[in-house]
Design a protein around this ligand. Sequence first.
Ligand SMILES: *Cc1c(COP(=O)(O)O)cnc(C)c1O
Length: 400
Amino acid sequence: MSGKLSKSTSHRVETNIVHLGRNPSENAGVVNPPVYHASTILFDSYAEMKERQKNEMTPENIVYGRKGTPTSFAFEKAVAQLEGGDHAFAVSSGLGALTTAILAFVSKGGQILIPDSVYPALRFFCNEMLVPLGIEVGYYDPRIGADISTRLQDNTQIVMVESPGSVTFEIQDLPAISAQAHKKGAVVILDNTWASPLFNKPFGLGVDISIHAATKYIVGHSDVMLGVIVTKKEHYNRLKNCVYHLGQCAGPDDLYLGQRGLRTLAVRMKQHEASAIAVAKWLESRPEVSHVYHPALESHPDHALWKRDFTGSSGLFSFLLEEGITEEQIAAMVDHMELFGLGHSWGGYESLILPKHLNSIRSVTDFDSDKTFIRLHIGLENVDDLILDLDKAFGRLKNA
Ligand SMILES: *Cc1c(COP(=O)(O)O)cnc(C)c1O
């Protein structure tokens, strides 16, 4: 019975997510998969060792802790199935997932195209690690759409996409960009962290490889660093080699918490979505706020594109304060929040607030560099309590 349930992925997503990558009947009936702490794996004989090393790694055929254990395979299989990919690789962090996937496809003399709204740490990796290796890095306007064709060259190896973009939340036209990239033989790698594997199904939109900072929504409790690379089967071997050569893997307890986070992902995402939209709409009505950047709001310039490609929105968005707000006023606002924590990352159950300046992290799109974006992550607290906390914060802003 339990074996049958664990193998079925034919139900609705909230049901599948409860069972993916889990098989109690193979595990003495214990509900959750065991955590294997392993480096050495013993073989019965030299002949068996040679045979097993020749074959593909699977939960039944493991040879060394770094190359996968039943714990990593369980998590990887669950995420791949949930997102609609063929395979997944778990690695040490979200940034590690991005850099590993990129290194699998670039070579000296090649070019990578990056949206200007990319996760900033990836910009620094490209500029400081890829450029010295002789790889061209080009930045493009995330709203470029099919005009990406004007930026593609014979040596373009990767088109990176991130939708929505970091801090400013541009939605990218993934089918249009992918179609052009594929004409030139480039692979399209998406950072899908914001949507989680639930709200954007990238493989149907032309994306080749999808990355998640599992640190965020998949784990969901702000206690683990974890990344995952999900791929179509065409790119499996190349990615696998790169993961192996870079020595990428993830710790067993972190993988365990990743698969445990999945069980509640669907209910958590629904709450993040509903509360974030409520807070975003409340902010739109406030005189202190000049603009709210949330793709599920009708006021968002890419709302139609978001509606076409996404099935939901998450808890992360940003807003701009009215002109002329000083750093002192911003400090008065964010320093004394009762419920919103001041800190990096997001995707956990707790709400976070983070002032952001774009000066050093944009190079081809125009933003008023003196303006401060306030990025919010809306957690699982009662939404009226969160709005009250923000209301009091605006009071401090005025009086500072
Ligand atoms: C946080 C984040 C990452 C990096 O993930 P880490 O696990 O912190 O390394 C990558 N992309 C996006 C969009 C992120 O928000």
